[in-house]
Design a protein around this ligand. Structure first.
Ligand SMILES: *Cc1c(COP(=O)(O)O)cnc(C)c1O
Length: 445
């Protein structure tokens, strides 16, 4: 009997070719080093001047943002999150995992980004603002030199009401896009996957957003959204699997991070390496940020992605070089995880190919550990995150304790420099989780 093939090879042949797949398919935790790291392809897909243009666009919108979302007043309408040192958590994980983490451990609190409380307040909001600017310039006489606060006027709201925005999401992207689009006055439809949490759907419906629900996973929600949006010429579909604008919005995080590090007198250079650990779903958020970081710090920054053991789509796509031509389900992995923001079975082709040479590696983490780390961080530092956002915490542990992690430090000749290293865990969401839900997370084991 002919066994079913996956992209031309049988499962046995795949496992022979890439032995790591055996553990990945068993949903064991793995730490994968990217064999193509440093070969410098892929970096030219986006360019520094595009990131700069995105930064400038967000500055033009700052006065509108302060007006529409007064909570952004402290940062003058720039949607940015704190970077904090977490020494108690460092001590705690060193003890619980019996490993030494050399250097500083920091938390990048995108969990506390204003407006939508997750990393999606970067890319998602950026793309909607860009679209609003285009329409306002073309049909409303907006000029770059204007005070963009005028976009909050009835005239522009009326203009935007003739246009619509659509998106497919596991929850947080829908939340970001829904909130900003509704505030501007767009008609907005969010196509939610089965993983999306009820409170996120409720919140959007309360804002007048149309929420469509699917029994299926994220890829299906995106597909349906794309199909529906294509029927309406005035509808802009925010394509989480392919959008360069989303990536540019995320990439603007890098220059700001650089300034934050400078402000904390933390050097990043050849002798002071920076390590960044980013939870990955379809890849847009972590991919855009990695891209920006590579532009800002070049070889002095080392980026790692983190995925649930049941949804390792980016790792699978990169390790097999099949990118989006393969889903975790093709290999019998079920894409079932409590980390709803990371419940994606097929990665973005755009991001996956960009990461081919700039991502240092990627690892997987069990759901149970996410909840343990959630509690540990809350107890030691008082930060309350959603489960997805804890995936990055396991990175430094694995870097210093796994064979692969040690190998990376050796290959990159970093062993002697690790005392001066800095490790940033990208906390991707959590501040908007309702209290009852958070209490449930805190007692889960
Ligand atoms: C979306 C999301 C991610 C991952 O971002 P992708 O762009 O899907 O890779 C990580 N954490 C949280 C909380 C998210 O909502």
């Amino acid at each position: 009997m002919e066994k079913q093939k996956i992209a031309g090879l049988s499962l046995i042949e795949w496992k022979e070719k890439y032995p790591l797949l055996k553990k990945l398919i068993k949903t064991d935790e793995v730490f994968w080093l990217n064999p193509n790291y440093g070969s410098n392809q892929g970096i030219s897909i986006l360019q520094a001047e595009h990131v700069k243009a995105a930064e400038e666009r967000l500055e033009r919108f700052a006065q509108y943002i302060v007006h529409a979302f007064p909570e952004t007043k402290p940062t003058n309408g720039i949607i940015e999150s704190p970077l904090v040192e977490i020494p108690s958590m460092k001590k705690s994980i060193e003890e619980s995992y019996m490993t030494d983490i050399s250097g500083k451990l920091l938390l990048k609190c995108d969990s506390h980004l204003p407006i939508s409380g997750s990393i999606k307040a970067r890319g998602g909001i950026y793309e909607v603002l860009k679209r609003a600017e285009e329409i306002a310039m073309e049909h409303g006489g907006l000029k770059q030199s204007d005070n963009y606060e005028i976009l909050a006027s009835d005239k522009f709201k009326e203009l935007f009401s003739h246009y619509s925005i659509a998106v497919g999401s596991t929850g947080n992207l829908g939340l970001s896009i829904g909130i900003i689009s509704a505030r501007l006055g767009f008609k907005v439809t969010v196509h939610m996957s089965a993983d999306a949490k009820q409170w996120k759907k409720d919140k959007l419906r309360n804002l007048g957003v149309i929420v469509k629900e699917y029994e299926d996973d994220y890829s299906k929600a995106v597909e349906e959204g794309r199909k529906e949006a294509s029927l309406d010429p005035n509808c802009h579909f925010i394509d989480d699997e392919n959008s360069k604008d989303l990536l540019l919005g995320y990439a603007t995080a890098a220059t700001r991070l650089k300034n934050q590090l400078k402000g904390m007198s933390i050097p990043v250079d050849e002798d002071h390496p920076l390590f960044v650990y980013l939870p990955c779903g379809v890849g847009g958020g972590p991919g855009g940020i990695t891209y920006g970081l590579k532009l800002a710090f070049e070889d002095d920054v080392h980026c790692f992605f983190a995925e649930p053991t049941h949804s390792p789509c980016m790792l699978l796509g990169l390790a097999t070089a099949l990118h989006d031509k393969v889903s975790v389900q093709d290999f019998g992995i079920d894409n079932k995880t409590e980390a709803d923001g990371l419940a994606v079975g097929r990665s973005s082709e755009l991001v996956s190919s960009m990461m081919t040479s700039i991502l240092s590696g990627s690892y997987t983490i069990q759901d149970k550990r996410l909840f343990d780390l959630l509690r540990e961080l809350a107890e030691t530092e008082g930060y309350y995150l959603e489960p997805s956002a804890l995936a990055g915490v396991y990175g430094p542990v694995q870097l210093f304790s796994s064979e692969e992690g040690k190998q990376y430090l050796k290959d990159q000749k970093l062993q002697e420099k690790m005392k001066q290293s800095t490790h940033i865990i990208w906390a991707t969401g959590g501040s908007m989780v309702p209290k009852v839900m958070m209490e449930e997370y805190l007692t889960k084991s």
